[in-house]
Design a protein around this ligand. Structure first.
Ligand code: 3PG
Length: 307
């Protein structure tokens, strides 16, 4: 019998697990669960006899792939798949997929929430500022970026975006000012919301040169990945520019130092919570299960992200 494993260090909400079970068992497959594991050896053991795997930010390394002798498909229930070793999957003929768009609204709402939190001194006493009339830069106008832009317009923000993969016509049709370069975006906007994936090209790309272009009182919101930030440059910038702020959903490697030095000018979620809503869990979880059933039964490879 086809066996599907849901391996999530950060578990899905119960309703999502129930929904996944209905889909998987309804297809005549077996479901296994490994949640909140602390030892990677538990993951190696759990994948040993499975045909399909659903994960969140859990790392699917070469070692995991090697331990999963029967694996045919791995689905990252979410958008960013930098946690999957795509090369190892391809070498073994394993299909790797993500579930684009399924948790985007949750991440977008969090990005806006973080903007308000930073504009209001992390809800501490003192005079803050409003989002209304401020310029927001969307760095990558994809599923999440588009939703952040849409919500921000409801706050009467002026929205700009930089995305070399989206045409100027499309952005303008949606009421977004197009920036031709990242430099233009950062030098124009009071807030910048990051939505780029972590790839070889983007890692460390948010550096001193770019960040120092932000106007006085600039604030960077990161609900993307910590790897895209040059952390030493961020530290230097926050030291030099007393006006700048940084909020991240993924704590920096040097977060403790940032917190100690900069107080309410910085914020990091204790654990990445962008997709931590019941709705996002359900959307991404069910999509993953459906994608697995369609692949095993009918060979459907829509949303495949490896070669
Ligand atoms: C994503 O890439 O989909 C988000 O970062 C969510 O990650 P999570 O499933 O680990 O919360």
């Amino acid at each position: 019998m086809t066996k599907v494993l849901v391996a999530t260090d950060k578990p899905f909400a119960k309703a999502a697990v129930d929904g996944i079970r209905n889909i998987v068992e309804g297809a005549g497959f077996e479901l296994a669960l490994l949640e909140k594991y602390t030892d990677v050896n538990d993951l190696y053991k759990a994948v040993a006899d499975v045909d399909a795997l659903i994960v969140r930010s859990d790392k699917v390394t070469k070692e995991v792939i090697e331990a999963a002798k029967n694996l045919k498909i791995v689905v990252r229930a979410g958008a960013g798949y930098d946690n999957l070793d795509l090369e190892a999957c391809t070498q073994r003929g394993i299909v790797a997929m993500n579930t684009p768009g399924q948790n985007s609204n949750a991440v977008a709402e969090l990005a806006i929430g973080m903007m308000i939190y930073m504009a209001r001194n992390c809800f501490n006493p003192g005079t803050g500022s409003e989002l209304k009339g401020k310029k927001l830069g969307i760095h990558a106008y994809g599923n999440v970026g588009k939703l952040v832009a849409k919500i921000a317009k409801g706050f009467s923000m002026e929205v700009y975006a930089f995305d070399p993969f989206v045409t100027e016509q499309q952005m303008e049709k949606e009421g977004i000012h197009t920036c031709k370069t990242a430099e233009e975006l950062y030098s124009t906007c009071n807030f910048v919301s990051l939505h780029i994936p972590a790839t070889a090209e983007t890692k460390n790309s948010i550096n001193y040169e770019l960040l120092s272009k932000m106007p006085k009182g600039g604030c960077l919101i990161n609900t993307a990945r910590k790897e895209v930030i040059n952390e030493q440059d961020m530290l230097k910038l926050l030291e030099e520019r007393q006006d700048m702020k940084y909020a991240t959903d993924i704590a920096a490697s040097n977060q403790e130092e940032l917190n100690q030095k900069f107080g309410t000018r910085v914020f990091a979620s204790p654990k990445k919570m962008g997709a931590e809503t019941a709705e996002a869990n359900l959307n991404a979880g069910l999509a993953s299960a459906n994608q697995i059933v369609s692949f095993i039964k009918d060979g459907v490879t829509k949303f495949k992200v490896n070669k």
